[in-house]
Write a new protein. Sequence first.
Lengths: 328, 313
Amino acid sequence: MTATKLTMAQALNTALRDAMTADESVVVFGEDVGPLGGVFRVTDGLTETFGEQRCFDTPLAESGIAGLAIGMAMNGFRPVIEMQFDAFAYPAFEQITSHLAKMANRTRGRVRLPVVVRVPYAGGIGGVEHHCDSSEAYYAHTPGLTVVAPATNADAYGLLRAAIEHPDPVIFLEPKRHYFTREEVDTATPVPPIGQAVVRREGRDATLVAYGPSVPVALAAAELAATEGRDLGVVDLRSIVPFDEETVLAQVRRTGRAVVVAEAQGFASVASEIAARIGERCFHHLEAPVRRVTGFDIPYPPPKLERHHLPSPDRILDAVDALQWDET
Amino acid sequence: MTEDRLEADLAAMWRIRAFEEKLQALHKSGELIGSVHLCIGQEAAPVGACTELVDGDALFATYRGHGWALAKGTPTRELFAELLGRATGVNGGRGGSAYFSAPEYGFYGENSIVGAGASHAVGAALAGKHDGSGRIAMAVFGDGAMNQGAVGEAMNFAAAFDLPVLFVCENNRYSELTPINDMVRNDQLTERATALGIPATRIDGNDPARVRSTVAGYAAEARNGGGPAFVELITQRLVGHYIGDVQQYRTRAELEADGLVEPLAVATSALAGSGVDTDAIEGRARAEIEAAAEQALADPFADPDTAKEHLYA
Ligand SMILES: Cc1ncc(C[n+]2csc(CCOP(=O)(O)OP(=O)(O)O)c2C)c(N)n1
Ligand SMILES: [Mg+2]
């Protein structure tokens, strides 16, 4: 039996376990990830099973953690490192953007760095500023990084396996508000290739494009819209970089209307890039300008104000309503 | 040491303890949400150190900073309001437990990024050198923060520029769930400072008088152009890293031992037989805190419509 109900944290844990079993070069490290299993318990039991050499605690030093991963990767290992919360990765930003991202290109492929940087990602947990950032734009903007954001527990498993197998660095964004959500996961499903979006819901009238934690929100909006007689499709990008333009454009060409949904603030964001691509590549199929529903252009607000900030089904449906529908 | 002083210190420590315990209750009842890091067990450090700072000095703390803010004179009501997301908070309810600042009281802010505040303190001290104010700065951080590059950079800056910065390391022996001894080879953290040419002392951080006299000595030297100093305070948190941390990484025996040396217990037994009514001290602190919390709870929430103020986007 390979299909079981797992929380997203368990699905990720299983992926790490299976990858460590399959490949001895996979090592896991970060703050508190060792014997105690990490603050979100994603690395639970790995030290016990694989020993301290394969899964270990580090000093509180993100720049050092990322740098260490680079040095290990240069010497045959596949490090999977954890950055406890989104903004705690910023002390490591220099290592990630100036070194991890650039090495393969700079060396013309002679030095490749199969490092996975796991980031508990985005908000929705009543956390605060640094704990809830959506940091994908920084990474997506940096050539050399692959940026993956699973939305389902099955994808959390499959895409983490794929990320670990990937020959170059991957920023792996885990929607932390779903860590403890339970869903069916079949670990025998073939590992999905990175860079392929999936249509989560077919719809005739308009296409919602989302990734990570915004996918369930988009699906909820589509459900609501259906009760009001509007048929919305939902595309889950799964990977932000590479961006699966083909799947997205094919959907939008069919519906002629699109709304991009993302939790990050909208200005200069991934959502903006997607909207721009759609505008450029299928302008003549569009019935209305592409809309974005995003977080506001503010630092992540304190817990009491969070619900106003996050894209909600209502805000998505308002955007859909604004897509220039002919009164018939 | 006079009993008067100890009595005043116990009262100041009780204000902090009562404040933190009230937060525990407010978290339980759902009034307080988000991650909250309490300083229960570590009250002696702010109470001992803050009396040696004067108007114009700059104090920088961490997410575990409520006690430092209170000891520095931030009013309880405005602090509760801040943590409870009220518009009347010191930052209009927008900072919250791990982020607020109250520079009008010399409290230049908490910081939720471990190690990030240390160089801010160095900058404040350099500003004091340039503006002739004679300001000294104090940077407070934990044992785990010693391993952040940013803290090492800040200490060397202060040393190289002979700046009046007091680095105060509250060593509660844990960096979240990880014991400090697992993450360093040399657990004499003071030696990192001395290696940079910064005078340093490790002391009992549970004794407010000892903290005070040590800080006083270094502060006097810093004000006289003597440059930075480093104080390592050995202490303990009696509660989890954050509210909700069940501390499965600590034994009951360890927690019990910590309970015997924690500052309020020690001060209370030191005052036994002196005629000081320590129960009354506790009672007064709790009454003040209750009243402040009640007022804050009645205040209006931060208005979402003001979210875009102070930004350019
Ligand atoms: C840059 C960064 N990395 C990780 C964290 C998560 N984190 C918060 S507190 C903490 C431990 C800090 O330990 P220490 O410096 O000893 O201070 P204490 O909490 O014990 O007061 C960690 C790892 C963070 N806040 N910032
Ligand atoms: Mg500590």
